[in-house]
Design a binder for this molecule. Structure first.
Ligand SMILES: C[S@@+](CC[C@H](N)C(=O)[O-])C[C@H]1O[C@@H](n2cnc3c(N)ncnc32)[C@H](O)[C@@H]1O
Length: 267
């Protein structure tokens, strides 16, 4: 089943995504790209770009000139992506990546990147993509892969059941074969190391409190739906859990951490 993503959802998550990302990883990335920067633009390929959140985060932090190839099967999302700073050229590549992960790579990519993508793909798809990146000696940065942690500042009897059901749903096919889900970042790091890459990985967790109740409510709604698909006989209890958690978040009684990881690799 192919996943489609709503522009409103991507806009809702973008501030949390950008706040979660770590300067240290960008510093290592910049150092790795330094030898490649020059008169020719850095060639950056962003897979599953959506409306360009990864472009908006990374482009201002990297040396110019840059040429970005934004890749997505949703042309309407891609149309919203524009260069956030001068010296950055943007190309939109509309196509389905499922069958051939390397299809969208230019002949000489400096950096292949993606945000909130890897947890959707399969082990086999990832292996083919990273092999194609290694063939070009491209740097690789995959940010914001969900790592399975849904943690609250206090406990509710259904938290563990909800987290377990959501994580099983995460492993279902999202259009690329059986999804890596919470294992995506670890699988990416292991495969890069097997290809002889050096790897730096860090957490990029969302911290959600009373100031982000819209994001929290959307997440809770999505989790209740996903968990109820896995255990339909528990749907009513899971709905009640969702109401209780959303109300507690809106009252400022509870905070939520959603675990993510970023993985950077260089040959
Ligand atoms: C979770 S969204 C992340 C979007 C963006 N990177 C961000 O951080 O806001 C995943 C993106 O992957 C794209 N996508 C999903 N399956 C795809 C496929 N088979 N081929 C190309 N793009 C795909 C979706 O359209 C969506 O824009």
């Amino acid at each position: 089943m192919t996943e489609s993503f709503d522009a409103d959802w991507l806009a809702l998550r973008e501030p949390a995504d950008h706040a979660a990302r770590r300067d240290a990883l960008v510093t290592t990335l910049r150092a790795g790209l330094a030898g490649r920067a020059g008169a020719e633009p850095l060639e950056v390929t962003d897979l599953g770009s959506g409306t360009g959140s990864n472009l908006r985060y990374l482009a201002p932090r990297l040396p110019v000139p840059q040429h970005w190839r934004l890749v997505d099967h949703d042309a309407a999302l891609l149309r919203r992506a524009v260069a956030p700073v001068g010296g950055v050229e943007v190309e939109r590549w509309v196509g389905d990546l499922a069958a051939d992960p390397g299809a969208a790579l230019p002949p000489k990519a400096s950096l292949v990147t993606g945000a909130a993508l890897l947890d959707l793909v399969s082990e086999q798809w990832l292996a083919r993509l990273l092999a194609a990146c290694a063939d070009q000696a491209a740097m690789v940065l995959f940010a914001l892969s969900f790592d399975g942690r849904i943690r609250w500042s206090d406990s509710h009897p259904l938290d563990a059941e909800l987290e377990d059901a959501v994580n099983r749903h995460q492993r279902s096919d999202k259009g690329f074969g059986p999804a890596l889900g919470p294992t995506a970042a670890a699988a990416c790091a292991a495969r890069l190391e097997a290809l002889g890459y050096q790897v730096e990985s860090c957490t990029s967790d969302w911290r959600i409190d009373v100031d982000q109740t819209a994001l929290g409510a959307a997440l809770i709604h999505g989790w209740v739906g996903a968990a109820s698909e896995m255990v339909p006989e528990r749907a009513a209890e899971l709905r009640a859990w969702g109401v209780a958690r959303a109300e507690a978040l809106a009252r400022g009684e509870v905070e939520l951490t959603v675990g993510h990881r970023d993985v950077l690799g260089w040959p």
